[in-house]
Design a binder for this molecule. Sequence first.
Ligand SMILES: *[C@@H]1O[C@H](CO)[C@@H](O)[C@H](O)[C@H]1NC(C)=O
Ligand SMILES: *[C@@H]1O[C@H](CO)[C@@H](O)[C@H](O)[C@H]1NC(C)=O
Ligand SMILES: *[C@@H]1O[C@H](CO)[C@@H](O)[C@H](O)[C@H]1NC(C)=O
Length: 380
Amino acid sequence: MKSSAPPLLSILLLIIFSLTLSSKILVRRGGGFSSIEVEEPSLVLRNKVPVFNSTLLKYAAIDVGEAQAKHEIEELLKGRFGSRGRYGYSVKARTSKGVLAMLRSPQFHRNWLDFRRVLHDWSRKKRYQPEIMDELIGLVKGPIDRHNGLVVSERRYGSCAVVGNSGILMQKEYGELIDGHEIVIRLNNARTERYERNVGVKTNFSFINSNILHLCGRRQGCFCHPYGANVPMVIYICQPTHFLDYTVCNSSHNAPLIVTDPRFDVLCARIVKYYSLKRFVEETRKPLDEWCSVHDGSMFHYSSGLQAVMLAVGICDKVSIFGFGKSASARHHYHTNQKAELKLHDYEAEYDLYHDLVNNPQAIPFITGTFKFPTAMVYQ
Ligand SMILES: *[C@@H]1O[C@H](CO)[C@@H](O)[C@H](O)[C@H]1NC(C)=O
Ligand SMILES: *[C@@H]1O[C@H](CO)[C@@H](O)[C@H](O)[C@H]1NC(C)=O
Ligand SMILES: *[C@@H]1O[C@H](CO)[C@@H](O)[C@H](O)[C@H]1NC(C)=O
């Protein structure tokens, strides 16, 4: 019989691993970038209902890494941390002040139980359920409005600016335009100081991936507030071990930390894979089976920016997209020295999706026919 409480050693390892898994290495990517055309604000076209290619739909629905991810979660719930993470992160133990502080914490047992509960609930919910798009208002906007003392309603925000981190932001002065939106969503805690004229100053919430939270988790008090301690964060979990960071940070943060619903993650993954497969066939004329080897199969992932845009699609009447796109004359990020994007994303495929979002949202697969798309616009 296995005891439900994990051995102490495993718990120690969990904490150490959780605090030391380093974020993904940066990979240079060759090839040029296509860029999005600047579009006039367009009426949402509802008359062009496309027929989706069933082969593409079928392939897009396959989650190559699913079995491995399930296994990894089962092991974590049992308190075992020997396996390699889904995304091939190497696990390397390092001591840190944070680990020691946490070990001495009287909260420790509590955190462990919370971690298991949250991870368990999350993994049980993980499935394809497109109606999730209509639940985003209740799941994300609700807690944020409540935190801000606003009346919680089913109303969408009138307008949202999603601000990506591309260096193209430095080529225009969109700051005031961005701040003019009812809410401003920023990505991965990119800073705004010194860039106000280009990126604006207002932030209503920050959308981050859990690698960012993991880095914050190593700091005293889980410090993670580039926009002020009162600004909520929405987090996409890219590794289940990051729920420990979540558990620790959630108890020390003032503002809500909201983990994206796993059904929303599944939906975004399918949509992006569909666009990636489509582009792959159109460009290479190779069979779909070969997509996996080109795009790293189980490593393949949508970007944080993509999910932030899809979130805005669910909670706003009007979505303005800033700082998404490439240009040979612009840096990859406006605020870092990162040279190129991560290879595990297919940005060109994501741009195809934004193009459809602006021009013909009905062409986006896997969304229910009754979902009401906002008007969208890409600023470059
Ligand atoms: C769907 O896409 C696949 C892969 O590109 C292609 O082989 C097939 O002919 C397409 N089917 C239809 C009905 O267009
Ligand atoms: C968005 O943030 C600004 C600046 O912090 C704030 O004044 C405004 O009330 C926020 N809007 C909503 C809808 O929460
Ligand atoms: C996170 O913290 C908030 C506020 O303390 C709490 O209401 C919520 O239940 C916590 N979330 C989880 C999943 O434990």
